[in-house]
Ligand binder design. Structure first.
Ligand SMILES: C[S@@+](CC[C@H](N)C(=O)[O-])C[C@H]1O[C@@H](n2cnc3c(N)ncnc32)[C@H](O)[C@@H]1O
Length: 275
């Protein structure tokens, strides 16, 4: 089984893979342990700094979900963004909701968006003042496929855009999201069942088989009480703290699509349903 992610950005049209990950010589942003060239920061910005408008196009009006919880008296509303990149979404919510929201982001590596990169992005976008001392989003780093580095039931809302495709062990990630959601928590994860920009043989990044038949992901989620929903731009996974989600899936294989073609993005995960 291949278990590896190239972790590239969604940059098909950019010939972007000449700019592979890796430690880059350059000037560290103040306070950053990550060396990042200004040109690198800027080149990656369109792919790592999408904001709430783009998120809403992918997973629906999730800000309304936050407001609904605030109106119902939940404070702070605890939000986790998987693959938060340069943190635009978290910073927009910080600006909009202040201390009534507790913000956490997960990136795979510090160079994908650490404290200094997020602050710099925020200042450039007018979301953070240079003199701003209010709490910034808490950032964590690691491969979601290895589990989420958070306690059980620690979030009201888990959201994500343009990150699911890069996750290995997708069933395990589903299980982990359910674990970190609180009892009435909600997850909305941008994830096309059929990726529109991959060849048909590989476009289904989460493939489940049962007795020789394909189980559509939407059907699988529905069995557990979740769903695939449509948004303005593509589809997203919607579910709550579901018991047993992912437990009935046996891993068969994983393919890092970049090992087939360097311009393909994503980890295809293939499972067999138990029984
Ligand atoms: C294309 S960027 C998208 C960033 C941001 N969501 C946006 O849309 O602008 C992909 C993000 O997913 C994160 N990511 C990719 N693979 C990951 C993994 N296996 N575990 C955790 N995060 C991962 C990267 O660190 C990066 O922040």
């Amino acid at each position: 089984m291949i278990h590896k992610t190239a972790g590239k950005d969604d940059e098909y049209s950019q010939g972007a893979h000449s700019d592979r990950r890796g430690f880059e010589p350059g000037t560290p942003a103040p306070g950053s342990r990550t060396m990042i060239r200004d040109s690198h920061f800027r080149a990656k910005q369109p792919f790592r700094a999408r904001g709430v408008a783009e998120l809403s196009a992918r997973i629906g009006d999730v800000d309304a979900e936050i407001v609904r919880r605030l109106d119902a008296g939940t404070t702070p509303v605890r939000v986790l963004e998987l693959g938060c990149g340069y943190g635009s979404v978290l910073l927009e919510w910080r600006q909009r909701h202040g201390e009534r929201i507790a913000l956490t982001g997960l990136n795979r590596e510090e160079q994908d968006g650490d404290d200094a990169i997020v602050r710099r992005n925020g200042i450039e976008r007018g979301l953070v003042d240079a003199s701003d001392t209010a709490a910034m989003p808490a950032l964590a780093f690691g491969d979601a496929a290895d589990g989420l580095p958070f306690a059980d039931a620690s979030f009201d809302l888990v959201v994500s855009q343009v990150a699911w495709l890069y996750f290995g062990r997708k069933a395990h990630v589903l299980r982990e999201i359910a674990r970190v959601l609180d009892r009435d928590g909600v997850a909305r994860i941008d994830a096309d069942e059929i990726h529109p920009r991959l060849p048909p043989e590989y476009a289904r990044l989460f493939e489940i088989w049962h007795r020789g038949r394909l189980v559509p992901l939407g059907d699988y989620l529905a069995r557990h009480g979740g769903a695939i929903r449509r948004a303005d731009q593509g589809e997203y996974l919607a579910f709550g703290k579901l018991e047993g989600l992912g437990d009935d899936l046996l891993p068969v294989a994983e393919i890092d699509l970049a090992t087939i073609d360097p311009d393909w993005d994503g980890i295809k995960c293939i499972y067999r349903l138990r029984g």
